[in-house]
Design a binder for this molecule. Structure first.
Ligand code: Q9C
Ligand code: ZN
Length: 334
């Protein structure tokens, strides 16, 4: 299988994140990507396709903010990474003000996603990596793997969050649409709900979003991913959420994935994008499912059996020592 990764994706390295009332070490570390690369035997450098396919998904003001925020933070005299603390919650106008802290809140939905001077470059190359895998599939590959890092599925059109800045799965899906694929499906099997991907395609009838994830009543991101969220307008019925209880094992996860695959089959996509997170693994430090390494291969075989040209983008997975084996197991199923 073709695999893609750019070394510039390693430079984004926040020091710490706000977690449960204090600062802890940032979980989404560059060594995640290095561990995956070592286990899968390297990857190709993506071709550079520029900002247009990013701007086909993301708001131009948000993209400018990602580039400018670190300098504004520094100019405000702040040490460390840029972190928001005030948010325009429901009922406030989404004013775009000049002060860095107002912008941070305007363009973030949580305080766990610092912006560093390298965030834009790493995210830009993470998106290029997703685009390279997408074009490999459009050019006839049966499946391709994008080692996206930073991850993407929590980022919306105009917001970051959940360690994500640019939504790589959405950028991949939109690129397939723009290349003429009429219907694209996204299967999200990260532990967390992909709120950004859901938001981006919420009113779209041409992109189906199906997600298996920890029940948002107990787990981040809380405000999205409930079973009654099914899309609106042209997108009514093209969002499927399958929340699962903490403790879910490989057999239960596989059964839920089969439901999602059946729904995707009814949609008849020309291309499938898989948002793959290995944070469903039993030893993940921030998650509470109990999948085994061998389960990933079975899940991948079930996906591959459907026969859709498939772009795999990397999302979460924070047990760095097990991450390479878990990703290799998944890719072996294709
Ligand atoms: N107490 C991805 O897997 N922090 N993002 C959760 C839980 C944010 C995970 C804190 C988790 C984001 C791509
Ligand atoms: Zn996750």
């Amino acid at each position: 299988m073709k695999r893609y990764f750019a070394p510039a994706q390693l430079t984004h390295a926040p020091i710490r994140e706000l977690h449960n009332g204090g600062f802890t070490a940032y979980a989404e570390v560059p060594s995640r990507a290095e561990a995956i690369l070592a286990a899968i035997g390297g990857a190709h450098l993506p071709e550079e396709r520029g900002e247009a396919p990013i701007l086909a998904v993301h708001d131009a003001g948000y993209v400018a903010f990602l580039k400018e925020a670190p300098a504004m933070w520094r100019d405000a005299g702040r040490p460390g990474d840029a972190i928001p603390y005030a948010f325009p919650v429901v009922g406030r106008r989404p004013l775009t003000l000049d002060r860095i802290d107002a912008l941070m809140g305007r363009y973030s939905f949580d305080a766990t996603t610092p912006i560093t001077p390298d965030s834009w470059t790493s995210s830009y190359w993470s998106a290029q990596t997703a685009l390279a895998a997408t074009h490999a599939v459009l050019d006839g590959e049966r499946a391709a793997f994008a080692l996206c890092r930073p991850p993407g599925h929590h980022a919306g059109a105009d917001y970051c969050g959940g360690y994500c800045h640019l939504n790589t799965a959405a950028i991949a899906a939109q690129a397939a649409r723009d290349a003429g694929v009429e219907r694209v499906a996204i299967l999200d099997i990260d532990y967390h709900h992909g709120n950004g991907t859901q938001d981006i395609f919420w009113t779209r009838g041409d992109v189906f979003y199906a997600s298996l994830h920890a029940d948002p009543r107990s787990d981040y991101p809380f405000y999205w991913g409930h079973a009654d969220e099914t899309g609106e307008g042209e997108g009514a019925g093209t969002t499927l959420n399958l929340p699962l209880p903490q403790g879910t094992d490989g057999a239960a996860f596989r059964a839920a994935q089969a439901r999602a695959l059946d729904a995707i089959a009814a949609f008849a996509p020309g291309v499938l994008v898989v948002s793959f997170g290995a944070d469903t693994w039993k030893g993940d430090p921030i998650s509470r499912f109990s999948l085994e390494t061998a389960d990933y291969r079975v899940l991948a075989e079930d996906i591959a059996a459907r026969g859709w040209p498939t772009v795999i983008v990397m999302e979460g997975g924070y047990a760095v020592d097990a991450l390479g084996a878990n990703v290799a197991s998944f890719l072996a199923g294709f």
